[in-house]
Unconditional design. Structure first.
Length: 255
């Protein structure tokens, strides 16, 4: 009987030992991987870092392409020149983060908090930024071509010389935003709030500004050829007299 029990128990005991060793190795790997996530030049492509606390992390030049950082805390993190292409950053906290020169093309930043973040010269082409908070963010010279910024909060954001060609900005809050020299050709600005926005020398050829709010917006030297200015609110003759061109622009009869 004892021999029979030993025959049954040994495989079970062996399986338990193997399971324990495996669990320990996985735990150790996860810890190492998490610590690695705080190093510059770390390769974390495709890693699952969702909801991780990476606040103030030093991640200069890190490889985070296709990584899952949804809900992660990256406030005050240094991600300068990091590769976050196609990364999943939905609802991530990126307040005051340094993302200057970072690769964020095709990244998902839906609902992310980028308040006061430094995104100068960052590549955000094709990025998903629906309902993202970019209040006060520095997007000088950033590439946002084809990006989805519908409903985004860009109050007071710095978008000077930014590439917003064919970007989707319908319903976006661009009040007091700095857009001087920005390329907004073909952009969708349907119902966007551009109150007190600085659009000096901006390129708006073929842009759709239907129903946009342009109260006190600076349009000096702006190119509005072929732009749709139907049903815009707050636009007056004085503003229009300062634009570079209105060639083939669609205007309401009263203007």
């Amino acid at each position: 009987m004892r021999k029979y029990l030993l025959h049954i128990c040994f495989p079970v005991l062996f399986a338990l030992i193997i399971s324990f060793v495996f669990a320990f190795q996985v735990s150790a790997f996860d810890k190492t991987d998490f610590e690695k996530a705080k190093d510059s030049n770390a390769d974390l492509s495709g890693a699952d870092l969702s909801n991780a606390d990476l606040s103030e992390a030093y991640l200069i030049g890190a490889f985070l392409s296709r990584a899952d950082l949804s809900g992660a805390n990256l406030s005050d993190a240094n991600l300068r020149k990091a590769d976050l292409s196609e990364a999943y950053l939905s609802h991530a906290n990126l307040k005051n983060a340094d993302l200057s020169g970072a690769e964020l093309y095709d990244a998902n930043l839906r609902g992310a908090d980028l308040t006061d973040a430094d995104l100068e010269d960052a590549d955000l082409s094709g990025a998903e930024l629906y309902d993202a908070n970019l209040r006060g963010a520095d997007l000088y010279d950033a590439d946002l071509s084809g990006a989805n910024l519908r409903g985004a909060k860009l109050y007071g954001a710095f978008l000077n010389n930014a590439n917003l060609k064919n970007a989707y900005l319908s319903g976006a809050d661009l009040i007091y935003a700095y857009l001087s020299g920005a390329d907004l050709r073909g952009a969708d600005l349907y119902g966007a709030k551009l109150i007190y926005a600085n659009l000096e020398s901006a390129k708006l050829r073929g842009a759709d500004l239907y129903g946009a709010f342009l109260n006190n917006a600076n349009l000096s030297g702006a190119c509005l050829s072929e732009a749709n200015l139907s049903e815009v609110l707050g636009l007056n003759i004085e503003q229009l007299s300062k634009v570079e061109t209105l060639y083939k622009a669609k205007l309401d009869p009263e203007l």
